[in-house]
Design a binder for this molecule. Structure first.
Ligand code: ADP
Length: 724
């Protein structure tokens, strides 16, 4: 089996994530590797796939006892024989497990670092064909990191005690350059491939909010966002955890608390309830988190400010491990700074350390007050080169420009109201525009309207928001009854005719989740899945998970269920095309789910000929290629960069990159077409002479404001100075 076959057949994926392929290939060549990837970057697969492909057994050293069971459950569920050894096992269990390990029954063994050098394990290890030792959370070896585990320092001793040195691979998400170096030396890695994928988490939406009333803001958020999904609410103190949990429950929210002062049984139960989807919210101090691997946390809200940027990155980073869009919202009130300062003052740190703590705190305070891109602010904290001025996926980037033209949107909405002869309210209109497959819509034949599905890319809430704005602006009249109906007004006609343009605050418009995703220029699955089927599939998943005693996400991620509710796979072949479904997964669950889908289709009389077919997945190389070509075709039509960006739904920066790729592949790109003012070129070239080409920021900084990063990039490309 080659690595692509393994990826598809076992894990059900067609493509590697950034950094994975090289790390895996080098491992398979027998080389030590050190992978630094952000949370959710897919570190586990980097050692799990080679572990299966190599002869012998892989030992995974992991500090997180609470995670071992989930990890092993996941592996067994995709058909990889795996087990763990840690202090949760009884003596008897431990002995039987050693026996089956000795009998070579496993490909992967998870072990806590404290167990490595015990007499019984050392004895066993000498007899095992160990192909690799994989060190997870490798930063635990550093005394400078925040998760130092003395027993990590004992790992080299274990490796050295083996007759034949296995491959050693190390993985971490948190690493400053110094820590990377430390991992390399302390673990004794030999000529390792060091792969650092960066810290960006593109699926996370960052925002700082300064609400008048935090609690009411929170309630509002919880009612309107990710209603069916899990989230963490972090508080600074145990007391706040207690009181906030109580208030949320009183207001009908499904929530539990978690902090270090709780009875440990209750704390464990609360954590399990959260992980196993029995409650929606966990309200916690920073004691909660390390060792939480729940992939489908959709939002992390900081009710109070954390102590510094590193802590914030860690805590907020627990959202969206599965790569789906998720929110990281920090509720800011100046009072929190006072609280954090007090915490620093009242502890007994050295003067030097105290200064450092204040400095770190200040960085976070700046983060809360900046008007610049929040993502960039985080990334530059970690020393990453910032090349793109705005990420288009944080509260600041999305609220920068004041008003946007929504004439087209308004025209679509108004003509929809006209087509249905002014008979329906906000919900129906937005369902029609979004192309909903709800029974009512289909029964009424509204799917035959010419306006059906023409605003698919909007979420329900953002579309409703636009409609409500049009009502407020009197382009739509909303009747004042129990079931209000939308009607046109005298002001509607000029809009429909294109005589009047309509503007709207961008902030409002872009609050919708779909907008966020569009801004990301990532490929997400269609949001327009069948919600009811999705719920039924979730229930089925929960039932199966309970029967097996595993967390629901071990069986399938939400994203996989959404694909099912989009494509309605009803046989093996179709099912296996979904992302994240390997052969064993089909064997274990395929029939339950295909049967459920068939049943749903029958029960609801759904005409399956209308359902979207899954395109056979093409390898990424081709697909990316197609992307560039689409962009290039617009270029050939003579459109400006902004126009292409709009058509392609990407940022201008991305369009420049696409064109650059086309050029690398032999197509001609006349960059001068994009330079509006020839004096700019001179000025930029002079600045480059002065500052060098290492980094763009210094160049940008010595140039006048009006010269943008895009200008600089285009001029560099035009002059063939450097491939970026
Ligand atoms: P990390 O340990 O780096 O935080 P994980 O190993 O838990 O990340 O992986 C994060 C998520 O990404 C998991 O849900 C995993 O199934 C998924 N994943 C890993 N590799 C791929 C891939 N090549 N394609 C798609 N999803 C992947």
């Amino acid at each position: 089996m080659d690595i692509y076959e393994g990826l598809k057949n076992i894990f059900g994926y067609d493509e590697f994530k950034k950094g994975q392929r090289l790390l895996i290939e080098e491992t398979l060549k027998g080389r030590d590797v050190l992978g630094v990837m952000p949370t959710g970057g897919g570190k586990s697969l980097c050692y799990q796939l080679p572990a299966v492909l190599m002869k012998g057994i892989t030992i995974v050293i992991s500090p997180l006892i609470s995670l071992m069971k989930d990890q092993v459950d996941s592996l067994v569920d995709v058909g990889i024989p795996a087990t763990f050894i840690n202090s949760t096992l009884s003596h008897k269990e431990f002995a039987t497990r050693l026996q089956s390990i000795k009998a070579n029954r496993y490909k992967i063994l998870y072990i806590a670092p404290e167990r490595l050098n015990t007499f019984s394990f050392l004895n066993l290890a000498k007899k095992l064909p160990i192909s690799m030792v994989a060190v997870d959370e490798a930063h635990c070896i550093s005394q400078w990191g925040h998760d130092f585990r003395p027993s990590y320092l004992e790992i080299p001793k274990f490796i050295n005690s083996l007759d034949k040195r296995p491959i050693v691979s190390a993985y971490t998400a948190t690493a400053t350059r110094e820590i990377v170096e430390e991992i390399r030396t302390l673990l004794g890695l030999k000529d390792p491939l060091i792969s650092i994928t960066g810290f960006d988490r593109p699926n996370l939406f960052y925002q700082v909010v300064k609400p008048r009333d935090k609690f009411e803001y929170l309630m509002d958020y919880l009612k309107n966002n990710f209603q069916e999904d899990s989230g963490i609410i972090y508080c600074a103190t145990r007391k706040t955890v207690e009181s906030l949990t109580k208030k949320l429950i009183e207001r009908g929210m499904s929530a539990v608390g978690y902090h270090g002062g709780m009875d440990s049984n209750i704390r464990q139960k609360n954590q399990d309830d959260f992980i196993y989807d029995r409650v929606r919210l966990i309200v916690a101090t920073n004691a909660f988190g390390l060792g939480i691997d729940k992939p489908d946390i959709r939002f992390v809200i900081h009710y109070n400010m954390p102590k510094n940027m590193e802590a914030y990155y860690q805590e907020a980073g627990r959202a969206g491990r599965d790569g789906e869009p998720s929110d990281c919202i920090l509720l800011y009130s100046p009072g929190d700074i006072v609280k954090q300062k007090y915490l620093i003052q009242s502890s007994t740190f050295s003067k030097e350390r105290e200064t450092m703590l204040y400095r770190n705190l200040q960085y976070l305070v700046d983060y809360c007050n900046t008007n610049q891109c929040l993502r960039n602010s985080i990334l530059s904290y970690f020393g990453e080169e910032i090349e793109v001025e705005s990420c288009n996926n944080c509260g600041n980037c999305l609220s920068q420009s004041e008003m946007v033209d929504i004439t087209i949107e308004a025209q679509k909405i108004l003509s929809c109201i006209y087509r249905v002869r002014e008979r329906y309210g906000v919900t129906m209109i937005s369902q029609i525009l979004r192309g909903s497959k709800s029974k009512r819509i289909l029964d009424l034949g509204l799917n035959n309207l010419s306006t059906y599905g023409i605003m698919k890319e909007y979420t329900e809430s953002s579309l409703k928001e636009i409609i409500m704005a049009l009502v407020a602006m009197d382009y739509i009249h909303m009747t004042a009854d129990k079931y209000p109906v939308l009607k046109l007004t005298p002001a509607s006609l000029p809009v429909l005719k294109g005589e009047v343009r309509v503007f709207h605050k961008k902030e409002l418009l872009e609050a919708g989740k779909t907008m966020r995703k569009k801004a990301l220029s990532l490929e997400y699955i269609d949001e327009n899945y069948d919600q009811k089927l999705f719920q039924e599939l979730r229930e089925l998943r929960l039932k199966l998970a309970q029967e097996k005693g595993v967390a629901p996400f071990i069986i399938f991620h939400d994203s996989t269920l959404k694909q099912m509710a989009t494509y309605f796979p009803m046989n093996r072949e179709e099912f296996l095309k979904l992302k994240g479904i390997g052969l064993k997964k089909y064997e274990n669950y395929g029939e339950y789910f295909t049967n459920k889908i068939k049943d749903y289709v029958d029960r609801n009389g759904i005409d399956t000929s209308n359902i979207k077919r899954i395109e056979a997945e093409k390898p990424i190389r081709e697909r990316t290629e197609d992307r560039y070509i689409l962009t290039y075709n617009y270029y050939l039509e003579g459109l400006s960069l902004e126009e292409i960006a709009k058509k392609r739904n990407f940022t201008v920066e991305t369009i420049i990159r696409h064109l650059e790729k086309c050029e690398e592949r032999g197509k001609t790109v006349d960059w001068s077409r994009f330079i509006d003012d020839p004096t700019k070129e001179e000025r930029v070239l002079k600045a480059i002479d002065e500052m060098g080409l290492e980094r763009l920021r210094p160049i940008k900084e010595i140039l006048p404001e009006e010269i943008s990063y895009e200008d600089i990039r285009i001029i560099i490309l035009k002059n063939g100075l450097k491939k970026m």
